[in-house]
Design a protein around this ligand. Sequence first.
Ligand SMILES: Cc1cc2nc3c(=O)[nH]c(=O)nc-3n(C[C@H](O)[C@H](O)[C@H](O)COP(=O)(O)O)c2cc1C
Length: 199
Amino acid sequence: MNKLISLLIMVCIGLSCYAQDIALPSPNKTGGKPLMDALNDRRTTREFSDKELDVQTLSDLLWAAYGFNRENMRVVPSANNKQEFTVYVVLKTGVYVYDAQENLLILKVSGDWREKAGKQDFVATAPLNLVYVADLKITSKETAGVDVGFIAQNVYLYCASVGLGTVVRGWFDGDEIKTAFGLDANQTPILTQTVGYKK
Ligand SMILES: Cc1cc2nc3c(=O)[nH]c(=O)nc-3n(C[C@H](O)[C@H](O)[C@H](O)COP(=O)(O)O)c2cc1C
């Protein structure tokens, strides 16, 4: 019995150590297809392989989504420059917040929570889901609903430019996400997006 308890403790410690913050390499800000080609290739994909994205791709993609391209200014516009979004990054290993200043994924919840990120089957197996969470203390849901379109479209264009698949998704349970990710009352998921290699 004692051995069993020790084993369980070791497994728990092992699991809690497994996921940690992820330091991203600097994003590549050049390359990819020219804009007109990327626009021509932009489309929705709903079939993904389970192949992981490497950290460079993750860094480039997140920078395209919500990075800074001037001091304290983002690659996407936002009404009154409120910058009300936090990008939650849902990987097999855990749920992270993208810190664009530090180029870091900050671990919020360890474990595989991908199935909470949406209602369609591929969500649970695709390597990456993004959850765009607005702070409704600083802007309205309507405004956030406009601002989020720029983020999602940047991800679409990035994916088109490097040959990844993506789908933006409004079909998710916001309350389920709030509970699973430990969001506070004002933090509201506005839109989600799945990314991965096309099957
Ligand atoms: C706000 C919004 C919400 C969407 N929600 C979903 C969704 O929950 N699931 C899904 O499979 N596709 C979703 N889509 C993708 C659309 O179905 C898709 O963009 C549309 O069929 C046009 O296809 P295209 O993106 O290839 O041009 C959504 C698109 C938008 C703009």
